[in-house]
Design a protein around this ligand. Structure first.
Ligand SMILES: Cc1ncc(COP(=O)(O)O)c(C=O)c1O
Length: 408
């Protein structure tokens, strides 16, 4: 048999199936209460609006171009819609600054490819979005912990990168309602990050996949908006903002986007020409059709449902979790992040939880670039109703209490 590993490129050695994904395959059982998937509730998809959109496309003269190849930048009316939408949160740009991707996941792949030579350093929060690590891994970077309280000097980052033979290229983070913690980065930390990026002369990749899912609290301007305000225009910024229709409309259409200065956009367009030519023409048209007719109403509808589920999860955690555990209180997004007492292992707990309590979550270790902090759990509240959330957390609280008692 051919020894494939022998002829694969070295970068492929960093592409590995996670043990967690294997564990999560066990979840295809109907009686499991799952807080594992970080996905939107399909009951909330605007399916009727999409049905109308596709019917309109197929009954119009547009059908030929909707089924045809199209430009790599993306469908112009959709880019115009996005430019208007991000302007509402202070991101002043032209439609030319908007580039359509096949989901925002593709943006992460392209940005990894654009910035990272082997051994360069990507700064990421500890923990960070697992899918970003998977996307960047193919470009063989090293990771360093992005500290958001300003307690590391630019020299410290530079020295660490030099020791591993490369340069710091970017800081990647979600400022609003991160995956996995649900947390928001405060204004002072956003400003500090911009100052750090200036000193290090690096890009900031702002992943705004959950931007529209705020349930309460004051909205804080995106890092991109602060950068534009400081620099007097998008062309002088160092932030690259990625967004998505996956969490608001539907992920199956695979439509996301990047907003950035033109030198970045021009490179992304060349990369897309080489990778997949363009994102699905008809799906971009359908997204624009649905967004321009009812985006705000759709966002209001999902916010109302998810915020109740967030409240239900926090109330249940207060009620059933032992006091030695702590958790985040997110103002938006889809996740609550639980930290168990030191020494406990989320992966072991998951195996027990599926077997005895029929409750699933994601062990937190996978979200750390260095595989640390095994005592953490990511709990998603997006797909379970309030009664299921109460029951699931009740069972999990029982399991955690027993595990703590046994360990004592
Ligand atoms: C933080 C974050 N970024 C990006 C993505 C990718 O989403 P999509 O490719 O569907 O836009 C996800 C998906 O869960 C995410 O949580």
């Amino acid at each position: 048999m051919l020894d494939w590993e022998q002829i694969f490129a070295t970068r492929s050695s960093r592409m590995r199936a996670s043990e967690i994904r294997e564990l999560l395959k066990l979840l295809d059982q109907p009686d499991i209460i799952s807080f594992a998937g970080g996905i939107p509730d399909p009951a909330l998809f605007p399916d009727v609006a999409f049905k109308e959109a596709y019917a309109d496309i197929f009954s119009s003269a547009q059908v030929g171009s909707a089924l045809q190849y199209s430009v790599s930048e993306g469908y112009k009316p959709l880019r115009e819609w996005i430019a208007r939408d991000v302007a509402k949160i202070g991101i002043d740009c032209t439609p030319d600054n908007v580039f359509i991707t096949s989901g925002s996941q593709q943006a992460l792949d392209y940005l990894g490819k654009l910035f990272l030579s082997p051994n360069d350093t990507a700064l990421v929060t500890w923990p960070t979005y697992l899918g970003a690590l998977s996307a960047f891994n193919a470009y063989e970077p090293n990771y360093d912990q992005l500290s958001l309280n300003g307690n590391r000097t630019p020299e410290a980052y530079r020295d660490t990168a030099a020791k591993t033979g490369g340069a710091v290229k970017f800081a990647y983070l979600s400022a609003d309602f991160s995956n996995p913690t649900g947390e928001t980065i405060d204004l002072a930390a956003r400003e500090k990050l911009l100052a750090l990026a200036d000193e290090l002369d690096i890009a900031i990749l702002e992943d705004a996949a959950y931007q529209h899912l705020r349930y309460d609290g004051e909205a804080i301007p995106p890092i991109m908006a602060l950068d534009i305000a400081r620099r007097g225009g998008i062309e002088n910024t160092r932030t690259i903002y990625s967004g998505s229709f996956s969490k608001t409309l539907a992920p199956g259409l695979r439509v996301g986007f990047v907003v950035a200065a033109m030198p970045v956009i021009r490179k992304l367009v060349l990369m897309k020409q080489a990778a997949d030519l363009h994102s699905s023409t008809i799906n971009q048209i359908a997204i624009e059709h649905v967004a321009s007719r009812g985006f705000d109403a759709q966002v209001a509808k999902i916010r109302a449902v998810y915020s109740k589920r967030r409240d239900a999860m926090l109330a249940a955690l207060d009620k059933y979790m032992p006091k030695t555990a702590t958790w985040t209180r997110p103002e938006g997004g889809m996740f609550v992040w639980v930290t168990l007492p030191e020494g406990m292992d989320g992966a072991e707990l998951l195996a027990k939880s599926i077997a005895t309590e029929k409750v699933a979550f994601v062990p937190g270790k996978a979200f750390y670039a260095d595989g640390s902090n095994a005592n953490t759990l990511r709990m998603s509240f997006s797909c379970a109703d309030e009664a299921m959330i109460d029951e699931g957390i009740k069972r999990l609280g029982r399991l955690v209490s027993n595990a703590i008692r046994t360990a004592a």
